[in-house]
Design a protein around this ligand. Structure first.
Ligand code: ZN
Length: 162
């Protein structure tokens, strides 16, 4: 399958707050499957490599949108198996539209405003890289943070002068 054929095999579908590119080709487990140069691989891994270049050996390509069949490059990121497991446990495989982040609001705001790479921020704050992505990258991040803000947290943050 060439690159153009590959990208043609999707349809745009809403998944919670995300607008995903659902793979319409063959399935492999709960993921998309594709044959590239005679080798079977996952569609989302191939999508990532097409857009961002080769995937470092041993790293997983994970979904910000938690939608295994999605191949939209902006929804994909690389992480270690451990990070992916922590993140899956946090999310319980649910769309985050249905499941709020289990990160204190003040911490979420600090992550939102932190400079540097997702990996550095994740390490600094003791959260998964995907959680950093969820806080920083979603179009609805500001709304999300506002919703998470309880009145008590809002007062506390004001008092701290943040
Ligand atoms: Zn997606």
């Amino acid at each position: 399958m060439n690159e153009l054929d590959f990208w043609a095999h999707h349809k745009v579908v809403r998944h919670g707050r995300w607008v995903c590119w659902t793979w319409t080709g063959a399935k492999r487990n709960e993921y998309g499957g594709v044959r590239v140069n005679g080798r079977e691989t996952y569609a989302h891994r191939y999508a990532y490599s097409l857009r961002f270049g080769p995937i470092t050996e041993g790293l997983l390509v994970c979904h910000h949108c938690d939608n295994p069949i999605c191949i939209r490059p902006s929804h994909l990121f690389v992480g270690t198996d451990k990070e992916n497991m922590i993140d899956s446990a946090e999310k319980g495989r649910l769309s985050f539209a249905k499941k709020p982040l289990r990160i204190p609001t003040a911490k979420a705001l600090a992550i939102r405003n932190a400079p540097g790479s997702y990996a550095d921020i994740a390490r600094e704050h003791g959260v998964s890289i995907r959680s950093v992505g969820r806080i920083k990258r979603t179009l609805y991040a500001d709304t999300l943070v506002k919703r998470m803000l309880s009145a008590r947290d809002a007062r506390r943050i004001t008092r701290l002068g943040e």
